[in-house]
Design a protein around this ligand. Sequence first.
Ligand code: EPU
Length: 421
Amino acid sequence: MDAIEIHGGRPLAGEVDVSGSKNAALPLLAATLLAEGRHHLGNVPLLADIATMGRLFDHMRIDLDRDEVDPRRVTIRVPSSPRAEAPYELVKTMRASVLVLGPLTARLGHARVSLPGGCAIGARPIDQHLKGLAVLGAEIRLEHGYVESSAPRGLKGGRVVFDVPTVTGTENLLMAAALAHGTTVLENCAREPEVVELARVLAGMGARIEGAGDAVVTVHGVESLAPMKVDVFPDRIEAGTLLVAAAITGGNVVLHRCRLEDLDAVAAKLREAGTRIEPIGDGVHVQGPRVPAPVDFRTAPYPGFPTDMQAQLMALCTVADGSSVVQETVFENRFMHVSELDRMGADIKVEGHTAVVKGVPSLSGAPVMATDLRASASLVIAGLKAQGTTLVQRVYHLDRGYERLENKLSQLGAEVRRIRA
Ligand code: EPU
């Protein structure tokens, strides 16, 4: 199994490109199911989760071809009637597979998608997706661990009020409503940039959507949609991770292809910690502090501080000049990195959804392992600062959402490499 070996202590310096966004690419791939024909996507990141979506398309008898010269260019040929099924083996590997439920039900009138089950960071139910589809007239049955949805005469518009703002739930309903008969009003929607981007691309395919990015979104259903041609926008979480990596090492880095406007909450906290962050050209210039100041932060749906950046910023807090208080409000079990950071010499106490991080003068390298994607990134960041060698194991978590993070970090001068451990 692969592991990442890091010799800490070097400030990052130089320039690096941010890759295409995982959480934008996945719903865009699902949205191709809404239109028969040939779709073209560029800047699709080379990630394990995208490969899983590829395997799901294979199962659904949909051709997905990567360009031989530029493998980030993908062509998808959606037939008139793909197999409308997402099996357990794939959904259990990647929960976002559930994104095919809305588009399949809307276009084909039926779908069979495995229930995802629990997950390392929380229970993560999909009740809001199912409730929304039922409002649009789908008959939903749960049988043998699968969701069977059926709307033989098509979906019809309705009013859906989400109990919690859910990112993939909002995306599933946007896609379903795009082909429903009549008008759908979605309330308490997720407002993440990836949701707004999906709505923008759907509009380019012919959908009629008003208010994306607001809590209330109105969708006027249309008869059919045309295939998409789109480049996936840059990954704000990869960018945020690299910003923290630069900050913790006191580095001086330029990130190209970085949309600073999507990173307001993260940039604000990094500035509070003493980091200089300036927009420059197509990206951002970041200069880390000598010693970070402590910062208190609380995760929340967008535009709040993203839960997907909590573990990484906490790594910065471990070496701050004072104590930070971190609250996780989105997922119930997203502190699994804490015990591993403590093994590296951090001083973190968790009480319920709150972690108190007492800054220490230095971390010490250690063998560590992660239980989820962003936790692995946090351990890599800690390793960049720690004295001695850190070995981050279970790198398959990292590979789900970061395109060869070790290559980007070594491009910036870090002493880091992938080994077989
Ligand atoms: N929730 C429900 N019922 C539902 C749906 C969600 O109770 O039907 C709850 C969840 O349990 C959670 C909260 O609502 O407590 C928010 O979850 P959300 O549905 O927004 O999460 P998601 O759509 O499953 C996406 C990202 C995650 C990211 C979250 C929150 C994708 C493919 N995944 O997940 O990304 O953490 O939004 O921003 O977009 C990651 O990339 O590492 C990752 C986990």
